[in-house]
Ligand binder design. Structure first.
Ligand code: NAD
Length: 256
């Protein structure tokens, strides 16, 4: 159903972004993968997707902490019918010890990058007469946890920006929404386990069950395939009147 559409997915050489790229390609979309690195294996990911799903796939290196790179990613993609802002990083520390450089990087990558890519992509969507902006926010775009001030601020910010973009495009065939995952076992989450083990003096198993999935009533991680399926739905015709809202994929976290 997405044949002929081009999807640009920021931060898509691993985790949710890669899972979303694969589901988009499975649904027939051409995909543009991205991260800040420019390694052979990054480009190989695109080649594999192109082969597996018989679509066009490319990889463009661009650093989502830099405004110019964000805009260049969209220009170099050549087409951007579906923009998926997914790039994100995390840092966990009490606010009075939170490094300023980490704060700045999280705000830039997790929030401001979506401003720049959206600004660059909307004129292309308008020219094409159709578009979808899908922002990967978080349950932390709707609720908070201690020690994640920058992440929670950036994710609440991107939820707010999604609503604004939806209003600015409300009378056009363009929608903008945010997907709010709970915990998904990706490299980003894996990287938080050692710090959290130290913070709470707990074993790996206890951190997973009693800290990470404590607020996820299903007691299961969401999967990258489920996130990809949600994004494909938001890109479908069935979702044409869904705009300016959030879809939680969090095992009941935000129902608590
Ligand atoms: P991940 O670390 O596997 O993926 C992050 C991606 O962003 C990687 O491809 C990485 O290369 C890329 N990236 C990082 N810095 C970048 C930069 N400066 N420029 C370009 N790309 C950059 O993590 P993930 O869990 O797949 O996270 C993807 C998104 O989902 C993030 O926005 C994250 O906040 C969000 N999210 C994740 C979870 C979870 O439990 N994993 C939950 C809620 C929201």
């Amino acid at each position: 159903p997405l044949t002929g559409k081009t999807a640009v997915i920021t931060g898509s050489n691993s985790g949710i972004g890669l899972g979303v790229a694969r589901e988009m390609a499975k649904a027939g979309a051409d995909v543009v993968l991205n991260s800040f690195s420019d390694r052979e294996e990054d480009h190989a990911l695109a080649t594999e997707i192109a082969k597996e799903f018989d679509v066009k796939a490319t990889y463009i290196a661009a650093d989502m902490s830099k405004a110019d790179d964000c805009r260049r990613l969209i220009t170099d993609a050549g087409a951007c019918d579906i923009l998926i802002n997914n790039a994100g990083i995390q840092h966990v520390a009490p606010i009075d010890e939170f490094p300023t450089a980490k704060w700045d990087a999280i705000i830039a990558i997790n929030m401001s990058s979506a401003f720049h890519t959206t600004a660059a992509a909307l004129p292309m969507m308008r020219a094409a007469g159709w578009g979808r902006v899908i922002n990967i926010a978080s349950a932390h775009g709707l609720t908070a946890s201690p020690y994640k001030s920058a992440y929670v601020a950036a994710k609440h910010g991107i939820v707010g920006m999604s609503k604004t973009v939806a209003l600015e495009t409300a009378q056009e065939p363009i929608t903008c929404n945010a997907v709010c995952p709970g915990y998904v076992l990706t490299p980003l989450v894996e990287a938080q386990i050692p710090d959290t083990m130290k913070e709470y003096d707990m074993s790996r198993e206890d951190v997973i069950k009693n800290v990470m999935l404590k607020r996820q009533p299903s007691k299961e991680f969401a999967t990258v395939e489920q996130l990809g399926g949600t994004v494909v739905f938001l890109a479908s015709d069935a979702a044409a009147q869904i705009t300016g809202t959030t879809i939680s994929v969090d095992g009941g976290w935000t129902a608590l």
